[in-house]
Each structure stands twice: as C-alpha cells, then as structure tokens.
Design a protein around this ligand. Structure first.
Ligand SMILES: *Cc1c(COP(=O)(O)O)cnc(C)c1O
Length: 431
C-alpha cells in the first residue's frame, strides 16, 4: 500500500480498521482536554473500561459474602486463577495446562529458576543477552552467586557486533554451541526491551537443547505483542508481566509457562505452597504435598484475586479479538509510523535512525528511534504537546503504538508534533 502523510489518509485507514472500535474500550489520559497520543503501551498498557467492573465485582462479593466468597462468589476465588489458563494459552501458544498466573515477573523467574537452573559439575553457566533489562541482570547474577559461582565466570553474555544495534541469530547460535556442555541454562528476553528486536526463539531454543541446556524466555515485551508458539518450540519455561501489552494495571500479576514434560513430577526441585497442592485435597491440610496437575503445581500462595480481576477483564478482550487480528493491525500501524518518521526526517532534514530491525518478522509493536543531533528536550517537547513516549539514554525514544487502542490518526498527529519540535529548536538555535 502507498502511504500518505496526511490527516485525510490516516482517517481513511482508521475507517477501514476493523479494530478501531476497541479504542473506545480504553481510558486515555487527557492533555489540555484532548486524548494523548499514547506510545507507552510497552511500559504500562491503558486501562480497559471493563477493568473497574471486574474489581468492583470482587469488592461486592467480599462485602456480601466475606469468607464464603472463596466458594460462593459468582467467580469463586479459590479457583479464580484457573480462568486464565485457556485464554492465556492462546496468547502464548501453549496448552492450557502449561500456563497460569501468580506473583510478578522477576519473582516468577526466580521461582522457575529453582526448578530449571540446576548447576552441577562442569554444567553451571547461564547464557543471557548483554545489556539485559536490569532486573534480569540482578536476578541472574544473584542466582549464580546463590549457587556459589562467580558471575564473571558463570554468566555468558551474547554480544552485538561492533556498530550494530541488533543481535544476529548466527552469532547467538554460535555462542551457544561454543559454551556447549558448560551451559546449564539459556535465559533471554524474547523481544529486546531497548530495540524491540524479536529473537528467533524457535531456533535458539533448539540450539540450547542441542547442547543439553534448559531454555527459558523472559516474555515481558512479547506477551500480547507477537506470535508465540511456546509448546511447538518446546520451550522449557517462560514468564511475562501483564501490565505492558496486556493492559492489566500497574505492577500486576505475571503469567508463566511450564512445558508439560515437567508436569506431574514429584521429584522436581520446586518451592512449594498450598496453592500448588492437589486442589480437591487442599483444605484437608494434609502434611504431604501432592502437586496439582500442570503448571498450577508451581503456585504457592492463594490467588491475589483483586489483582487478577483487571487482568481477567483485559484477557477477555484479547480472547475476543485474538492475536492474529492484533498482529495484522500491528504490522500495518507500525509500517505507517515508520513511513511517517521517514517523511518527517526528510522534511526537517534531521537524522533519525530506527534501530529496530526493518524486517517484519524481527519486530513487534515497538520502534526505537535514535535521535542523532536531538536531545532530551525533544522528548520533553513531545510530552508537553500530548505525545507520551519513553526516553532511554543516550538519546533513544521508544514508540509503541499498541494496536488495541492506537489509531492511524495518532501516527499522523505524532509526526506533526515531532516536526514542530525539531523546527522550533532549529529556529531557536539560529537566534
Ligand atoms: C518490564 C520488564 C521486567 C519487569 O519486571 P517486574 O518483576 O514485573 O518488575 C523484567 N524484565 C524485562 C525484560 C522487562 O521488560
């Protein structure tokens, strides 16, 4: 399709957009009385209008039923988390028994490493990406120290080539082969939080298995953004937060995946609690742990129902729309944003560099833009003019137009504000 950088054209695309009606299902912050252009759905997704109702339902059940709500609420609390399995499984390409929800992301990765990072003998190293999201760095470093290893020795970082912004699959595979039987675990972010690069999870998982390692994925920027096939790819474990693309609310509960080949094993090392105990026998308070079937055996505490409520509201919308439709719109809206960036770049003779891969298979919703010659003041200008982006040092802005609620008109408006921001600065610097 031949794009045009005009308001009429953007509005025409919105008219043809089958998901356009979902925009009204989300609450946009306002700036000077107008809805903002929201590009930070990769950081905190917008609030679905239905979320408050789901929370209110729990509050009402609590008021009216108190402890009886565990069994007698309309959505009984004791099994509330089970409502997620089937729908989340579709989002991440898994079997319902392989996914569930609990805790938060870093906590879940730590807990999953109890089962899946079992260093012994010469096999003790963890392969991860360089400049990983800081929480992942702290997590991996503290895990290897917990097991008595030196992070400098036990952590192998995948590197980008000099002068390149993205990882090359061939380099990742070569590094995995090189570490070979010293590698206990490969644990990487499936979509890089900084560049938006989507890694070749299928082939990396295969390579990890070829050297006898366990392979886990941090899917913080992947869940609800890209197509995932965790079961088919034979991933061992994964976890993701729900408040980014999955719009569940700040700091909210994480989802996790445990491959079915680990289900029902009694001898697996795992930190256990009563919510992972056989559901039918849970309240018999027996001394011996009997694992629930499936990923739910990794549950520990009783479900945080008030937190799960807005996540469920959002997940039901994902289920209604389906990932294929979201991905179809995502591809088009991101391509349009990319086009607008190139157009504005030509008009103002600036020099942006989109560091996210250009190929559709290697990117999701996010475009990370290196603003050569522009500084933080441009980011501030965007904020002051109702465009919410995210700034990362040295001077990268991350733009993530979530297909659920962003419009093509938003892309056009963003382009205009960006152009004014750069032109203003140029005219000021000439004075
Ligand atoms: C957002 C993000 C996190 C956040 O972790 P929490 O435990 O939810 O605070 C962790 N890892 C990556 C890669 C992220 O993008």
């Amino acid at each position: 399709m031949q794009f045009k950088n005009t308001l009429e054209f953007a509005r025409e695309l919105d008219k043809q957009d089958e998901l356009a009606r979902y925009r009204a299902q989300f609450i946009f912050p306002k700036h000077k009385g107008k809805e903002v252009v929201y590009f930070t759905g990769n950081s905190l997704g917008l609030q679905p209008r239905s979320a408050a109702r789901y929370v209110e339902e729990i509050m009402t059940d609590w008021a009216n039923l108190a402890v009886e709500g565990h069994f007698n609420a309309e959505k009984p609390w004791w099994e509330y988390h089970e409502r997620f399995s089937e729908k989340l499984a579709k989002v991440v390409g898994a079997k319902p028994a392989e996914v569930s929800v609990m805790n938060t992301l870093t906590v879940n990765l730590h807990l999953l490493m109890v089962s899946f990072y079992r260093p012994s003998g010469k096999r003790y190293k963890i392969i991860c990406e360089e400049k990983a999201f800081p929480s992942d760095q702290y997590m991996i470093s503290s895990q290897v120290r917990f097991h008595g290893y030196d992070p400098d020795d036990a952590i192998v970082e995948l590197k980008r080539r000099d002068g390149e912004h993205n990882f090359r699959t061939e380099d990742i595979l070569a590094k995995i082969a090189e570490v070979g039987d010293e590698c206990a675990l490969v644990l990487i972010g499936g979509v890089n939080y900084y560049t938006g690069q989507v890694l070749d999870m299928e082939n990396i998982t295969k390579a990890g298995h070829q050297i006898g390692a366990i392979v886990g994925w941090d899917l913080a920027h992947a869940a609800g953004n890209i197509e995932l096939k965790l079961s088919d790819w034979k991933v061992d474990f994964a976890a993701w937060c729900s408040y980014k693309y999955m719009n569940s609310g700040p700091g909210n509960v994480s989802g996790y995946f445990v491959n079915e080949k680990y289900h029902g094993k009694k001898d697996i090392p795992r930190f256990e609690g009563w919510w992972g105990h056989n559901k039918e026998r849970r309240f018999l308070m027996e001394p011996e742990f009997q694992p629930e079937s499936g990923a739910n055996a990794w549950q520990i505490s009783n479900a945080p129902v008030l937190a799960l409520a807005p996540y469920l509201a959002s997940l039901e919308m994902f289920d209604e729309v389906g990932m294929p439709a979201l991905i179809e719109k995502r591809n088009k809206i991101v391509a349009y944003l990319e086009f607008i960036l190139h157009e504005i770049d030509k008009e103002v003779d600036s020099s942006f560099e989109i560091i996210t891969p250009a190929q559709q298979e290697e990117r999701g919703t996010q475009l990370s833009v290196f603003l050569h010659g522009e500084g933080r003041e441009l980011f501030t200008y965007l904020m002051e003019n109702g465009v919410i982006t995210d700034w990362r040092e040295p001077n990268v802005i991350r733009l993530a137009p979530a297909p659920f609620y962003c419009s093509y008109e938003d892309m056009y408006k963003f382009g205009q504000v960006l152009k004014q921001g750069i032109q203003n600065k140029k005219s000021i610097s000439k004075l």
